[in-house]
Ligand binder design. Structure first.
Ligand code: SF4
Length: 255
């Protein structure tokens, strides 16, 4: 069995779930608005050479980027991603460090039961609903997939609590597929930089897949998440230390 992965955790305090949800929605609406309005002026598209230059810099700075959600195997990765909806990775890791040593398979999770699972994850927003989903998805994995995490998008999306983003993260991190999961950070970076403007996560996902050269796609998701989480921050982007500040199309960038 693989060892538990300890990743550098964000020092930022987890936001209260309700506030985080509201502010994320507000920010997403603002960012996506430009792409939605027919009259809105979209930034000048990046040239293929510019995109290649940006990802070459990300690669040079961090050749093997890693996700920050701690997990032991594909099943615990799936559970961690389901728990991470509208929550921080650091907050999820804090709970799963206690949970996963006792429940790292669907069978063990069912043996633990919903009540005790709720206790382990009660510091995570929406934990009641998430506990229900984790139990239901564990039952479905056993009933329909031999207790294994399936490897296709359609099968992953059929699991309770799992949507397109969850499927993309699992396909990428557990099975090495070049998928692009769009979370709040990737959505912001895709829009702000002008790399892939879009009013919805799906538009941004498809836009990024169109412009990013295939050889960068395996790690592109993590480079963009980490860029959004630590550099292109929602409220105060750190444009002065940004690797791609000369390429970024955001009119409000501070360099
Ligand atoms: S220049 Fe500023 S706005 Fe543009 S990607 Fe960098 S941090 Fe984000």
């Amino acid at each position: 069995m693989a060892k538990i992965t300890r990743r550098r955790s964000s020092k930022a305090k987890p936001e209260a779930p309700k506030r985080a949800k509201k502010s994320r929605k507000a920010r997403a609406a603002k960012l996506g608005a430009a792409a939605k309005k027919p009259s809105a002026k979209l930034p000048k598209p990046w040239t293929p050479a510019e995109v290649r230059e940006a990802f070459t810099r990300f690669q040079k700075a961090n050749p093997e980027p890693r996700g920050e959600l701690e997990h032991l195997n594909p099943y615990t990765l799936l559970v961690a991603v389901v728990l991470s909806a509208q929550a921080t990775d650091a907050g999820v890791n804090k709970a799963t460090r206690e949970l996963f040593p006792v429940a790292d398979t669907p069978q063990k999770m069912l043996a633990l039961g919903e009540d005790r699972l709720r206790d382990y994850i009660k510091t995570i927003g929406l934990y009641r609903n998430k506990a229900k989903n984790v139990i239901a998805l564990s039952e479905k994995l056993i009933a329909e997939f031999g207790g294994e995490v399936p490897r296709t998008r359609a099968e992953l999306e059929s699991l309770p609590g799992a949507g397109r983003k969850t499927a993309n993260v699992v396909l990428n991190m557990a099975f090495g597929e070049s998928t692009m999961a769009v979370d709040t950070h990737v959505f912001r970076v895709g829009n702000r930089t002008g790399l892939a403007p879009g009013a919805t996560p799906l538009e941004v996902e498809l836009g990024l897949e169109r412009v990013i050269p295939p050889e960068f796609m395996l790690h592109a998701h993590h480079w963009l998440i980490l860029h959004g989480r630590y550099t292109c921050l929602a409220r105060k982007p750190r444009c002065d230390v940004c690797l791609i500040n000369d390429l970024c199309r955001w009119p409000e960038k501070t360099v």
